[in-house]
Design a binder for this molecule. Sequence first.
Ligand code: ADP
Ligand code: ZN
Length: 438
Amino acid sequence: MQSPFWQPELETLSAADLAALQVQRLRATMERALRSPYYGEALRRAKVTPADIRTPADIRRLPFTTKADLRAHYPFGFLTMPLRETVRLHCSSGTTGNPTVIFHNRHDLDSWANLVARSMYCAGVRDADVFQNICGYGLFTGGLGFQYGAEKLGALTIPAGAGNSRRQVKLMQDFGTTAIHAIPSYLPRLYDEFVELGLDPARDTKLRIILTGAEPHSEAARGRIEAMFKCKAYNSFGLSEMSGPGVAFECERQDGMHLWEDSFILELVDPETLEPVPEGARGELVLTSLDREAMPLLRYRTRDLTSLIPGSCACGRTHRRIARITGRSDDMFIIKGCNVFPIQIEKILMNIPEIGSDWLIVLDTVGDGDELIIQVEVSQEHFTGDLAVLAQVRKRIIHEVRDEVLVTPSVHLVEPGTMPRAEGKARRVEDRRRDRGG
Ligand code: ADP
Ligand code: ZN
């Protein structure tokens, strides 16, 4: 029988052994980091040396690193080695000011590919699978990240790229694809393509595993995806600053994502006070890379909000699990004095069967006040022109949103297929207010 683990010795380490490994790797990471202009200065200023680290909790003596620090020291400020020793870089989008850049040497790429292979294995993908990677290649890390991970795992890999749903369906059928990776906002569109072609993915393909992530999505959204494709969809978490995909991944139990603690130190802090949150509470995820050479990051504030799942996982892996990301701290918007996360609204919409998969929150100034407007597509199946049904659906959304976020929205139901669709990650909030943040 095949092992249930990709690296049994590392995935099932005892808490004590994991802590010892973290201390050893954190010290080595600090040694390297000291060679970069940024950390050379920052660690000296904080008066902390590798020898000060005796337990993983000693990490709290190190300063935090923020996205602003990465931008301010773009492009080479965090680099620990001459450029000729590096072999690849990935950049973030950089819509506001400098983008951020992460450099990798051969070791970094190899250990990243290994983590992705471990993650995919953890969700049940095996070397006999045919894996189709349906996402953007290039600077976005989901493309090459999954590509090299899947190759390391030994699966036949189809680097399909993003979009062109008709071709995706054809590739899946021609090559007998059994596992795919795609972002959650794209999967319903892929399904629509099957329907349009008169096909049913459950009957007409060999698909058995979906890997998804890169965007916040609720359990209800996952439930819809699983019902469409009639197979399991596993949540996966990563970010370019920690290489990309392969930071945390669901196992077959689908109860939180194991965060690979041999390769990252995880902390959850209150985003205001930066103090650790109490056990089980939601906080901002702070990550330290433990196995990166060209550009290690210490105590990186991801801005992603999550909590730890208590207890151990029945799968036998000892690495702790994080809950679904409820969004980034900067996804939150304030309307009429209430703090709202888009995921709170998504959860309501995705539990209503008459609602399709595309939606947008518009914040606008109407008259003297600000308004929360929800534009949402009706599902194809329910778009029958029965006005009484639509009126009921509108009422339900208004009530449930008001109960959840304490603001009464106006709801615009639109025809299926009429909302603008992004190529990559979906944009869910459009702020058109005169006076933002009010
Ligand atoms: P960008 O910052 O341009 O979106 P990244 O590809 O590095 O580029 O995106 C990483 C971010 O994507 C994470 O910090 C997090 O906010 C989000 N993300 C990644 N995986 C998930 C997931 N499974 N659930 C929710 N959000 C996710
Ligand atoms: Zn598990």
